[in-house]
Design a protein around this ligand. Sequence first.
Ligand SMILES: Cc1cc2nc3c(=O)[nH]c(=O)nc-3n(C[C@H](O)[C@H](O)[C@H](O)COP(=O)(O)OP(=O)(O)OC[C@H]3O[C@@H](n4cnc5c(N)ncnc54)[C@H](O)[C@@H]3O)c2cc1C
Ligand SMILES: NC(=O)c1ccc[n+]([C@@H]2O[C@H](COP(=O)([O-])OP(=O)(O)OC[C@H]3O[C@@H](n4cnc5c(N)ncnc54)[C@H](O)[C@@H]3O)[C@@H](O)[C@H]2O)c1
Length: 481
Amino acid sequence: MVVGEISQERNLLIIGGGPGGYSAAIRGAQLGLSITLIEQADIGGVCLNEGCIPSKIVTHAAAKRTEITHLQELGIGIPENQFDFKKLLSYKDRVINQLRSGVESLCKENKIEMIRGKVTFLATDKIGVENGHQFDIYEFQQVIIATGSTAVMPPFLIEKGERILLPHELFAIEEVPDHLIVRGSDYIALEAASSFAALGAKVSVVIENKADFPFDESVNKELSRLFKKRKIKVHKELQFISTNETKDGITMTFLTDKNVEETICGSHLFVSGTRIPNLEPLGISRFGIDLTDEGFIKVDGNMQTSLPAIYAIGDVTEGPMLAIKAIKQGKAAVASIAGQQTEVDLTFMPVVAHTIPPAVSVGLTEQSAREYGLVVRASQFALGSNGYATLSGKKDGFIKVISDATTEIIQGIHMIGEGAIELSGSFVQLLEMAAREEDLKFPLYAHPGISEGFLEAVEGMVGQAIHAAPVKEKRQSIIFK
Ligand SMILES: Cc1cc2nc3c(=O)[nH]c(=O)nc-3n(C[C@H](O)[C@H](O)[C@H](O)COP(=O)(O)OP(=O)(O)OC[C@H]3O[C@@H](n4cnc5c(N)ncnc54)[C@H](O)[C@@H]3O)c2cc1C
Ligand SMILES: NC(=O)c1ccc[n+]([C@@H]2O[C@H](COP(=O)([O-])OP(=O)(O)OC[C@H]3O[C@@H](n4cnc5c(N)ncnc54)[C@H](O)[C@@H]3O)[C@@H](O)[C@H]2O)c1
């Protein structure tokens, strides 16, 4: 190994080029900061290379496949069983490469210095960067740790063969599994179950500890109905007993919530898994940085750690492990370093799953609004009654709006159905602006369009949705409130 003789000086170093790190780098450059981004592998991190993007290519393909029957109704002839998974895999590689080189070009155009190598901390103002036989040392004024997280096996599974799959392995699989057992109920588990079933796998879902799906309970119920319709069997587990992996398959045994021992045999088991922050190899804990009990870096509202020159963002910090959070925190960290006021508030972070159809929850669920003691007004509009959903063959699902009846301020918006991901942007904006029912009813909505269903969900709060049959008792209770 060749060791650099003198240490080099830099202003702001960013360690890790995932969505958190590269967003921080670009925003920092826009704010006039001099930035050095160090990445040990591919730019884009987990999100672009093995997480968000690969998984969404699979969910997108799966959703398209379910449209074939409708396309045939429209006179577009695609034989139903024609599906080439290998082609999908090469499409996935192409898209990832395209996006990755896009991010690289953006970094170059923003004059961000990019260094390849693995970082270790040598002091609170000094790091080493190892790249093959080269080891260089950099001193810095500030550093942002954006090294992300790694999936590890959950404690209940000790040994792992090739039939037990962690997220990055499932979305890189080379063949559609014969029978995929999905253990978990988070968004990654739901996306895996929904998409691999549509791509031809038999799918069973085992929900641990009787947990439910992560949405408003009406959305959870609709998702369960749609899983049933697509022959995805959901088992609620009371207690995990064992998993046995052989060269031919996987056997999983558990006690159901009805106290019955059940065994499922599948070809593969997918576990959403547990993720740990990538901190150990960095060696930063030796310098006394404050960590949470779970081992994540503690940060304040400016993303500053207990060591003043050191900031941290994304999956290494506490909170939901989502690119949404990493990007927001990355921008906030550099803004703070550039002397600007910043704020990261995750209250209205959308909970999203690219299932078929997609599901979204923003703000309070009906149940949590009641638990908060609000006088809840809730209204749900079925997409089956929406003109555009009907003509496009996407009638499953609904939009649900929850408000506080005393102030008429919207508290939560939930949707399962076509267009939910795109509409979620409006849901978040409305909740951030503390919109009232009137703010949703006053604007004009494109006709015909799914967003009209959103309008009708709000109009339904006072029994005035045009395309919903009158609900007698509901209307009376609203009139006399
Ligand atoms: C299957 C799957 C699907 C997902 N889908 C979504 C989704 O739809 N929406 C969403 O918001 N989130 C999603 N996520 C989560 C999302 O990928 C992560 O939250 C996000 O990538 C975290 O960003 P980050 O910048 O903190 O870290 P990462 O993306 O993990 O990037 C960290 C980078 O740091 C580098 N690095 C680590 N250690 C060092 C070191 N010592 N020296 C130099 N470089 C180092 C790594 O190589 C890596 O490139 C998904 C995750 C998975 C696994
Ligand atoms: N020669 C090398 O390539 C080299 C040297 C040291 C560390 N490292 C890397 O750093 C990580 C931790 O290293 P460690 O456990 O040896 O101890 P360490 O990082 O705690 O280093 C101990 C002391 O040596 C100093 N030091 C570290 N690297 C130095 C270098 N290249 N030149 C001059 N001073 C240096 C540090 O500032 C520190 O005071 C390892 O992952 C290793 O790969 C590489």
